[in-house]
Design a protein around this ligand. Structure first.
Ligand SMILES: [Zn+2]
Length: 185
């Protein structure tokens, strides 16, 4: 996950390439698979979920998160009430269990309605970012054709690209073309 923060990876489920927006969430199953990849969805909560509703609420949460994060980045105070609705619906309790090695681990067990339980940890990550995040490290890829976000955890805090392999290289190639055309022309 190249966002390096769950809230950033949420925004990155929508990308842009050659001026076209790519939507990675086209169905409730897409959302579910993403949640599983992020380690958020457990098989238990995912069993009997209304997939259409999950897609609708997931996209609404993403739109809301983007607005709040952009506003915060611009130094504005956003309307947090809508985010509180997701947070309040996320009912969970600390839960002790033994892992396969027999060691105690502290996890959380959910009690609420399935969709609220699935999206709750994501909403919490957005809230946590708004509260504790260093917004000078909340960055959007510098490539003009890219809209991906990341939390810059590099030591020097000089990360500029969503990924060096794609946008970093695209930039380097463009610089190289510019330089070599300058030489010949
Ligand atoms: Zn990029």
């Amino acid at each position: 996950m190249l966002g390096d923060h769950l809230a950033m990876d949420l925004l990155n489920t929508e990308a842009r390439n050659n001026g076209e927006v790519t939507e990675y969430w086209n169905s409730g199953n897409d959302v579910l698979r993403w949640l599983e990849r992020c380690g958020v969805a457990s098989a238990l909560t995912a069993r009997s979920v209304d997939l259409e509703e999950l897609l609708a609420q997931g996209i609404a949460l993403r739109t809301l998160a983007r607005r709040l994060i952009v506003q915060r980045k611009e130094g504005q105070t956003g309307d947090i009430n809508a985010l509180n609705k997701y947070l309040h619906a996320y009912l969970s309790a600390p839960h002790l269990e033994r892992n396969c090695g027999g060691n105690l681990v502290l996890t959380r067990t959910v009690h609420g309605e399935p969709i609220a339980s699935l999206l709750g940890p994501v909403a919490e990550a957005v809230a946590q970012l708004l509260v504790e995040g260093d917004f000078t490290l909340v960055k959007q890829c510098e490539h003009p054709d890219c809209i991906l976000w990341f939390y810059d955890r590099t030591k020097a805090h000089k990360r500029r690209w969503c990924s060096m392999a794609s946008c970093g290289n695209r930039h380097k190639a463009a610089q190289f073309r510019k330089r070599s055309s300058g030489k010949t022309g």
